[in-house]
Write a new protein. Sequence first.
Length: 321
Amino acid sequence: MGVKKSWALLFLFILSGCIHVDVFSGKGKLQETIISGEGSAKILLIDISGALTTSKDSGIFSGPSLPARLKEELSKAEKDDDIKAIILRINTPGGTVTSSDILYHELQEFKQKRKVPIITSIMDMGTSGGYYVAMASDYIFAHPSTITGSIGVIMLTLNGQGLLEKIGIEPTAIVSGPKKSMGSPFRAMKDEERAIFQDVIDRLYARFLAVVKEGRPNLTKAKIRELADGRIYTSDLAKSEGLIDQIGYLDDAIDRAKKEAELTEAQVVTYTRSSPDTHQNIYSQFESPTVGPLGFPPLNAKSVIGALQGGTPQMMYMWIP
């Protein structure tokens, strides 16, 4: 095989994620980029985009995980007395239970240290785990075309027993106890195993309801449970049911942040690790909440779809149609 062909194959392997190289890992100190506005006071714009996962992005353009990035940005903002408000630009269908909870926790911790308003602006969607994260904010905007809600928990696993029998494969597991292999994709789930999984999901669901109650104190527990049957809501329905505060655009969220922080003028800033683009604005550099084929999350969210690849079942705060 020629040298050129060998290098070409290596490059293809790297791009496919078979070989992980942090060539463009996004390392280095966060830099502040001014998006708009003027004055000494600052409003920090933070992105919560894509599938929520604790996994680091894979491939040649890898970067820190979302929880790691959020914590780093909040730590920098905590030390800057000119940061007078934060806007969360949420654009996600949700993700794993733990990643959603970590993001919410970090925002709550920040609020204890810095008494500044946090305003959420939901873009295309802020469903399930995305809505969970929004509960850490003081005021929630949604665009007129936003999809939100899907409050609840889902667990995905597969049963490939019939397929394996057809091709003559019989998986064997040596276990220390009868429940050790529960959730295995190689056999049907037993009723007692389903009951155990259901109990876990019910407990995680109760936590979700408690977070919503804390974030939306005007809603009763009974009303929240009624709304939290997993359905999605358009922004007008979410507003009428009390799940959001106002229908509006990102500019409206900025105006609200100024009002809450008692500011007449402020710079809108964001944190980056690379040289800023020539034309930065409030809609620059955010990910689409892409959902892959058959409604499943995008393939780079490995921890979210592990169950679909024969791995451990995942408990998710995620809308998966």
